[in-house]
Design a protein around this ligand. Structure first.
Ligand SMILES: [Fe+2]
Length: 207
């Protein structure tokens, strides 16, 4: 069982602005098959990391364009389905108006690749259907843009809510074991135990 990381760079656009961003793409599985979490920016780099393995699915933590801009390319290249929570449709359609995700990713869904089991935890706030993936046996949470080292994901733009992300983090994530590693959508990794003590500070500062 492995967790592999591919860093890619490109842009994120929303509400009329465009920003340079670096994204974390995660491959979870084993030597024969993997799940790709967040097909961002560079299909060739991701495909190279996949190699000749089967791609079980291209899983999108949410549909901001930086997280889904290579999802169809990867899905087509590896004949894999794209999974996304249905509440992300308004964002998905901004990037991919003529294509739909292949399957709905809903709370409690169990995904498997190479002996790793991942449970979908729907954690709205950064976006309406933001979804984290939790691998209890690995002690790893893939948090997308919901939880970062040092705070919650951004909620200043359209389709976001600070109160909602705080509820999601409090109810769904901080209840995980403190030793759970958090592999984020951008930047460095952290752990539940390192972030939990900061909750009140985030609420006071409002982001
Ligand atoms: Fe995002």
């Amino acid at each position: 069982m492995t967790v592999e990381h591919v860093a890619t760079s490109g842009t994120f656009s929303l509400d009329g602005g465009t920003w340079e961003v670096e994204n974390n793409v995660w491959l979870v599985g084993d030597r024969s098959e993997v799940l790709v979490i967040d097909a961002a920016h560079d299909a060739d780099a991701i495909a190279e990391a996949v190699g000749d393995r089967r791609v079980v699915a291209v899983v999108c933590t949410h549909a901001h364009d930086d997280h889904v801009n290579q999802a169809p390319a990867l899905a087509d290249r590896f004949a894999a389905p794209i999974l996304l929570n249905p509440a992300e449709a308004p964002l998905w359609e901004m990037t991919w108006p003529d294509r739909k995700p292949d399957r709905e990713l809903v709370d409690g869904d169990l995904l498997r690749a190479g002996g790793v089991e991942l449970r979908a935890l729907v954690t709205p706030g950064h976006s309406p259907g933001s979804t984290c993936l939790y691998a209890p046996e690995l002690g790893v949470l893939f948090s997308g843009d919901t939880l970062f080292q040092g705070g919650p994901g951004a909620t200043g733009r359209s389709f976001s809510s600070f109160d909602t992300i705080i509820s999601s983090i409090t109810e769904r994530l901080l209840s995980l074991p403190p030793g759970t590693e958090v592999r984020t959508g951008h930047g460095g990794s952290t752990s539940i135990g390192d972030e939990a003590p900061q909750l009140e500070e985030w609420i006071v500062r409002g982001h």
